[in-house]
Write a protein that binds this ligand. Structure first.
Ligand SMILES: [Zn+2]
Length: 353
């Protein structure tokens, strides 16, 4: 079975286009209906309507404000397929969604006289408002934790282990932005891929390892330490064959940073390991090349710090870390040089001194 990222990308792109068209349809029908009804609508503060309508309208207003806050956040940050969709399509989709929300907020201050008078319409409106409040209220909870991360003082500050511009696929504290967060030893792990100027992380259809920009890219030591363990027995697997879920790390390297801090670099290529177990290594030393080994659907680097030396020791805890002196792009804005933490969909690169 061939389920490549090229097909996945096309599916997501088409999905976004279809969803945007559906929402655009909703928007136009709503506008047409409002225009038709405009003569019977009057501003709520001018009309003599019961208090119930006021309350319903307020619920609607709050709901739509939550919608405005959460939906773009979900699509910009939490959605894991975002790197596969063209920014233009993405932005169009968000603009359509936001237009609906803004229109509903404006409409929540107007009311038709008949709506206040007709019981069934009122009940339908009430049910809709309650439904929206629940679903978007849930989104509000997600929004709340999406950008949580330990402070700079609580983090290990390490160097970027690679050169060029990279994209964080899984990163951050909460499991909905970083699936590693479901497993204590893997918490705060970052999965990253190299991107080009347009933000693409693969060319062609993503069928071959070589289609991915980070494949065979050099990995450098992000810390000073000692090489504790090297595994280089697994071949780079073909993308069409899927990940090796039995040997999750694939080829990897364990670097002891201090007595109880161990850094792991995994999914390496077996061919180009530059160091050996027991070596003392320094920041920036060339260690290996990236490959596609272990539980890896396509070439990427998995990096994490644990408080225990054995990979995935179930009693180990993942420790938070940040890259030194990076420039980070989130939602289209660059953060400037510093030690910003990484979350899903962030793009980043090391600033040259
Ligand atoms: Zn990973």
């Amino acid at each position: 079975m061939k389920n490549t990222f090229g097909y996945l990308r096309d599916t997501y792109q088409n999905g976004i286009v279809i969803a945007a068209l559906i929402f655009l349809g909703v928007l136009l029908v709503r506008l047409w209906y409002v225009r038709k009804e405009i003569t019977t609508r009057s501003l709520i503060w001018k009309a003599k309507v019961p208090a119930l309508v006021w309350i319903l309208k307020l619920i609607w207003l709050i709901t739509m404000l939550l919608f405005l806050l959460n939906i773009p956040t979900w699509f910009l940050s939490v959605a894991s397929f975002k790197p596969l969709v063209l920014p233009l399509l993405y932005n169009t989709f968000l603009i359509v969604l936001i237009s609906i929300a803004v229109m509903e907020i404006i409409l929540s201050f107007t009311v038709t006289k008949s709506l206040a008078e007709q019981f069934i319409k009122r009940m339908v409106f009430l049910l809709m408002a309650i439904f929206c409040l629940f679903s978007f209220g849930f989104a509000a909870l997600i929004f709340k934790g999406t950008f949580d991360y330990p402070s700079v003082a609580e983090c290990n500050i390490i160097e970027m282990p690679v050169k060029g511009k990279w994209l964080a696929l899984h990163a951050g504290e909460k499991p909905w932005v970083n699936y590693h967060g479901n497993y204590p030893p893997q918490k705060f792990s970052v999965d990253m891929v190299k991107v080009d100027e347009k933000g693409n992380f693969f060319t062609e259809m993503g069928e071959k390892n070589a289609d991915f920009l980070c494949f065979n890219d050099s990995v450098f030591s992000p810390v000073n330490g000692t090489v504790l363990k090297i595994v280089n027995t697994f071949p780079n697997q073909e993308i069409a064959n899927g990940p090796d879920t039995f040997n999750t790390a694939g080829n990897y390297m364990t670097i002891q940073m201090t007595e109880n801090k161990f850094l792991f670099l995994s999914h390496l290529s077996p061919d180009n390991i530059k160091v050996k177990e027991g070596d003392t290594i320094s920041l920036g030393d060339h260690l290996a090349s990236l490959g596609n080994s272990g539980n890896s659907t396509f070439p990427h680097l998995h990096i994490r710090i644990q408080n225990k030396p054995v990979y995935n020791d179930t009693t180990a805890l993942g420790l938070p870390f940040r890259f030194n002196q990076i420039n980070r792009n989130r939602f289209g804005f660059w953060s400037g040089k510093g030690t910003p933490y990484l979350n899903r969909n962030d793009i980043f690169y090391r600033e040259n001194e």
